[in-house]
Design a protein around this ligand. Structure first.
Ligand code: NAD
Length: 267
């Protein structure tokens, strides 16, 4: 029996999806069995990403692709609007979801976990597959034990749909586990321009910067008497996420239930 993992990539013609297609085609332990995208139907997935033709043509209907190619794993980098129904569909067909698309609500994650448990398959939703970003989140969560006053500033390109970023939300959740809720700032503070103080989470603030030319960065700033600590991560290109996606595709074969966050795979 072959141990090759059969992978379907959804959002295959997108910026992240193309990197995933490349990564899958270049790993002998993985086999690209389907490439799904709303546009580029009929194009060869290999040539689409600048590699030799691989014989897998882009399809636009996910359900047909899942039925026809019987993948072990579906990797999704689409949009927040479609990633949830896509994930439900994959689980329905017993295909393990590895989801990079951001913007899932806690209720959706809970529901998908239940579906994975019912089907006896593993799944992963990871707002950030970058190992450096995971370390930044873990270090920030650790620092919050000693420096409970903090703000998160995240920077992304101006076409990003969700705010704050999935990484910022995940960071906030990890920090909240290590810190009592403290409402920071002056209790009498007033915004003269709405939103000036950023989004409120567990007593601290999250700021989302959206600008052309920016890729993905985040800093967590801690303030205490006489000192500040800044923990910052900068991503410069999409290929940097691929070692994480590759590891996730392999790991998801080994457990049951939905894991939220790539941090669970980084000790
Ligand atoms: P993109 O717009 O370049 O690509 C999205 C692709 O999905 C497009 O080609 C679009 O045609 C396709 N698509 C949309 N809806 C679809 C559907 N229903 N079925 C099939 N294809 C569909 O976007 P991107 O920059 O590649 O980002 C995609 C997502 O990944 C975003 O949510 C982004 O926030 C997230 N992201 C996550 C990570 C991570 O590490 N988890 C890193 C970067 C980006």
């Amino acid at each position: 029996m072959s141990n090759v993992i059969k992978v379907a990539v959804v959002g295959a013609a997108g910026r992240m999806g193309k990197e995933v297609v490349k990564m899958v085609l270049e790993d002998e332990q993985l086999e690209l069995v389907a490439a799904v995208n709303r546009s580029h139907e009929g194009e060869d997935a290999g040539t689409l990403v600048g590699l030799p033709a691989c014989g897998v043509l882009v399809q636009s209907d996910l359900e047909m692709a899942l039925i026809g190619s019987k993948p072990d794993v579906m990797v999704d980098f689409t949009t927040p609007q479609f990633a949830y129904p896509n994930t439900q569909l994959a689980i329905k067909y017993g295909v393990r979801p590895v989801i990079g698309t951001t913007g899932f609500t806690p209720e959706q994650i809970e529901q998908l976990d239940k579906q994975c448990q019912d089907q006896g398959i593993g799944g992963l939703i990871a707002p950030n597959f970058s190992i450096g970003a995971i370390l930044m989140m873990k270090f920030a969560a650790q620092a919050a034990k000693y420096f409970p006053h903090l703000e998160i500033i995240e920077y992304h390109g101006d076409q990003k749909l969700d705010a704050p970023s999935g990484t910022a939300v995940k960071t906030a959740e990890l920090i909240a586990k290590n810190r009592e809720e403290i409402r920071q700032g002056n209790p009498k503070e007033e915004e003269t321009i709405e939103g000036a103080r950023g989004g409120y989470y567990n007593g601290f603030r999250i700021h989302s910067v959206r600008l052309p030319g920016v890729f993905a960065q985040q800093e967590v700033i801690f303030g205490a008497f006489g000192q500040t600590l800044k923990i910052r991560h900068d991503s410069y290109e999409r290929a940097g996420y691929m070692p994480g996606v590759n590891l996730a595709v392999k790991k998801v074969m080994e457990y049951t239930g939905l894991i939220y966050g790539f941090d669970h795979f980084i000790e």
